[in-house]
Design a protein around this ligand. Structure first.
Ligand SMILES: Cc1cc2nc3c(=O)[nH]c(=O)nc-3n(C[C@H](O)[C@H](O)[C@H](O)COP(=O)(O)O)c2cc1C
Length: 180
């Protein structure tokens, strides 16, 4: 993977893809699926919604870090499988044939097979709404990967795949931050 500028990280999340979140609890790696995500502004700060009902949450709360990995449409069955079993009784990296790669800053692993990976630290947990606010501290993108289409959850078990990209950069020039 090629290092990605932190000023571009929000473009991985702004389109609202289903993401994978990895953690390391001190003993083993785990992965969960998250579709509730939100970019907060043009900085590399964003939020996910999760909580105690997931095994991953204890590691997120204790170690204050995770990795957000961006899967593509060819990985959809793995993404759904990861989100329908628990790290409490399943070794998800081996079960779903994914490769953990050490990050540079956090202990949670990157996922080699994903389009991009964002190493994150937890900057806030808004308990009342189960919102976990994350700040990216390093990010990487696979420059040679052919499949780049991400998937978007409708919430009823169906998904929308990225379609045509439409360019309005000129019209939006005043609103697009330098470097994005
Ligand atoms: C498509 C999909 C999207 C999901 N999105 C979320 C989410 O946004 N927040 C959440 O807490 N759980 C979400 N889940 C459920 C968790 O991924 C699931 O509970 C998972 O088993 C947790 O794994 P863990 O127990 O190993 O942490 C989603 C599951 C799927 C299949």
């Amino acid at each position: 993977m090629r290092q990605l500028k932190l000023s571009r990280v929000f473009t991985l999340m702004e389109s609202g893809p289903v993401v994978l979140v990895t953690t390391h609890d001190g003993k083993k790696d785990n992965i969960m699926t998250i579709s509730w995500t939100m970019v907060l502004d043009f900085t590399p700060v964003f939020a996910i919604t999760t909580g105690e009902w997931n095994h991953s949450f204890a590691a997120i709360r204790k170690n204050k870090e995770c990795v957000i990995a961006i899967p593509t449409v060819d990985m959809l069955d793995k993404v759904v499988g990861i989100g329908t079993c628990s790290g409490a009784d399943t070794e998800k990296f081996s079960k779903f044939k994914l490769t953990p790669v050490p990050g540079k800053v956090v202990r949670s692993p990157l996922i080699k097979e994903c389009l991009a990976n964002i190493e994150c630290t937890v900057v806030d947990i808004v308990k009342k709404h189960n919102i976990v606010v994350l700040e990216a501290v390093a990010a990487y993108i696979d420059p040679v990967r052919k499949e780049k289409r991400t998937v978007h959850a409708v919430g009823d078990g169906t998904f929308i795949v990225d379609g045509r990209r439409i360019d309005r950069r000129n019209m939006m020039a005043a609103k697009i931050p330098y470097g994005a």
